[in-house]
Design a binder for this molecule. Structure first.
Ligand code: BMX
Ligand code: ZN
Length: 312
């Protein structure tokens, strides 16, 4: 038995045939035609899956799981407004997908899909309680509690990036100020690096005149740049503070960190863990932050896992 996983993102549409153990049997991807509207994007999804199915001709497909950027009402199956994909406004994504596939279609918010992938096949395999956090352009989350996926009203639970952490703080893309995402995301980290590099002398950050991104800051830190190392320590503290709140709220066995910034997990982890050890309440201090095991495939494989889970 196999399932089809689709990861619809603002930059790439990816599709994979996945087996019951989370193994990727075949995969295909292309840049999302993000400005062309839903019809074109749905055609892309079908084109990729048709190609995969034609090439491997699997005996039985249990279903198609689709991960898409939130907030997505997965109960109604409607995308109310996907900022990175034009025309996805009050769009009945699930029904439109179902029209095009002869298999059952499941829809999931991207970070919840990634949490499911890590839970079923990755860093959280065999555990009943985990919080997955993606630290990337924004900060997203997914929660498994008591062996069940927490979906909440409209299937939009675990938007952990929008916990307010600073009164009247930095403006967040959601419109509020002071959200965890506005401080801890890769975007926020790069912006802070940019500002502080301008104010300080003796740093190599931005010295080549190019745009400052988080990768460059980590590279500078490895070369011994003091400001870069300080910025990273601060980022680890911000993440540690947010994760500590999540630990208190959900009492997970582990926190799984994914997303672009998790590529620097080894550098960030000690600071994050130190924050938790210092500030979590005594009974929570031993909760570990671990790296997502499926890397950028958590959502893709998690989407496919939806099909297996709903078949049970
Ligand atoms: C935002 C929100 C979440 C998402 C998170 C991480 C939108 C479009 N997205 O908080 O639904 O999970 O960003 O997104 O409002 P990423 O693109 O950084 O992975
Ligand atoms: Zn916000």
């Amino acid at each position: 038995q196999i399932a089809i996983g689709i990861d619809l993102g603002g930059t790439q549409v990816r599709a994979a045939l996945v087996d019951e153990h989370g193994g990727i049997l075949a995969r295909a991807a292309e840049p999302t035609d993000a400005l062309a509207g839903p019809d074109r994007v749905l055609t892309q999804i079908c084109g990729l899956t048709d190609g995969l199915l034609a090439a491997s001709n699997p005996a039985s497909v249990v279903g198609v799981g689709v991960s898409a950027p939130g907030p997505l009402d997965t109960v109604a199956g409607v995308a109310s407004n996907i900022p990175t994909l034009s025309g996805f406004v009050d769009f009945p994504l699930k029904a439109e997908l179902q029209k095009r596939f002869p298999f059952p279609v499941d829809l999931e918010n991207d970070a919840i899909a990634a949490a499911i992938g890590e839970w079923q096949f990755g860093a959280g395999k065999g555990l009943d309680n985990l919080v997955y956090v993606t630290v990337s352009t924004g900060i997203g989350g997914g929660v498994v509690s008591d062996g069940r996926v927490v979906r909440g009203r409209k299937g939009m639970a675990a938007h952990v990036g929008h916990m307010s952490v600073v009164p009247n703080g930095e403006l967040c893309p959601c419109g509020n100020r002071g959200c965890f995402e506005a401080y801890g995301s890769g975007t926020a980290f790069a912006r802070r690096a940019q500002m502080r590099a301008m104010e300080s002398s003796g740093t190599t950050i931005g010295s080549d005149g190019g745009a400052i991104d988080s990768r460059g800051v980590f590279a500078a830190a490895r070369d011994g740049d003091r400001l870069a190392n300080q910025l990273i320590d601060e980022e680890a503290e911000i993440l540690g503070r947010g994760f500590t709140s999540l630990i208190h709220i959900f009492s997970p066995d582990i926190i799984v960190m994914g997303g672009g910034l998790s590529h620097e997990f080894d550098r960030l982890q000690p600071g994050i863990q130190a924050y938790i050890t210092q500030w979590a309440m005594p009974a929570f201090k031993d909760v570990k932050v671990v790296l997502a095991a499926l890397d950028q495939n958590s959502g893709l494989v998690g989407a496919a896992a939806l099909a297996f889970l709903s078949g049970k």
